[in-house]
Design a protein around this ligand. Sequence first.
Ligand code: NAP
Length: 305
Amino acid sequence: MYDLVIIGSGPAGMAAAVYAARAELDFIVVEKDISGGQILETSDIDNYPGYQNISGFDLAEKFRAHAEACGTEIIEGMKIEDFKQIEGGFELLFDGAKTIETKTILIATGANPRKLGCPGEEELAGAGVSYCATCDGAFFKGRETMVVGGGNTAVEDAIFLARFCSKVTLVHRRDSLRASKNLVTKLQSLPNVTIIWDSVVEKINGEGRVSSVVLKNVKTGETTDYPVNGVFVAVGTKPNNLGWSGKIPCDESGYFIAGETGETQIPGIFAAGDVRTKNLRQIITAAADGANAVYRIEQYLAEMR
Ligand code: NAP
């Protein structure tokens, strides 16, 4: 039986691994895809101390290399299905019916992009509708794109796309952006960016590829058919809570209820990073969560003995 199984290998999971290794815990990291998490899809990171500017991919590589140098075993392609409580801990069930026994679990599974939920979005996903400007932006060189949202991701995406798209339109449902001031200033300085305020996407049109978006002004009720080649949806994220919200208490948005120690309401199960309730979801807060959770897990394991 392991001391700890860390689920997820983004910043929270990798920081937790470094701390677990230093604490000489018997642990593994399991990851359903390839390791790295959400930051693999972030172009420029300039707010992680020690790096004035680094790509998400490069930072993820550094996190992984650091964890592995400490002796961390990362098992990729292992999708978790369920868990059950057993004497002294938990049994984790993976697809393919493999099981692993552990005294504690740290869930560091992060979050996924939220959808608009309008007609045309699902049908045209991958055919002009994208949730990752860093991944798909290059396909829209010299073309007209739209970014939906008003947070840091939306503004960063618009700035990124403006480097090579002929025109970028940012559509936001309110009349002010929640993104950081420095990003907003940069966005507003770009000649090929237009901002449409107080508007929501009613429908995405296209025969096989996106051709236009129907926008509705929420103040006037007026609708407009706006021609674009691509729509980048950046309206926040939803937690990757593994469908366990019925087994481990979550808040109304599905994030695991856990404080700084990462303790969920199930003794022995901890949550760290974007998947837990918190005010600020950043790489640095995710990494800090991983450290804090393992510190508490060490105490928990000592109390078990
Ligand atoms: P976010 O901060 O939650 O912003 C989501 C945006 O989408 C908000 O402007 C929201 O509008 C809008 N929105 C939500 N649902 C919508 C809908 N159905 N239709 C239209 N608009 C909708 O999400 P985020 O930008 O992905 O950022 C997530 C977290 O990561 C944040 O803490 C952010 O600061 C952080 N982040 C940081 C960086 C960085 O520092 N470099 C980069 C990216 C992300 P309202 O404003 O009206 O609520």
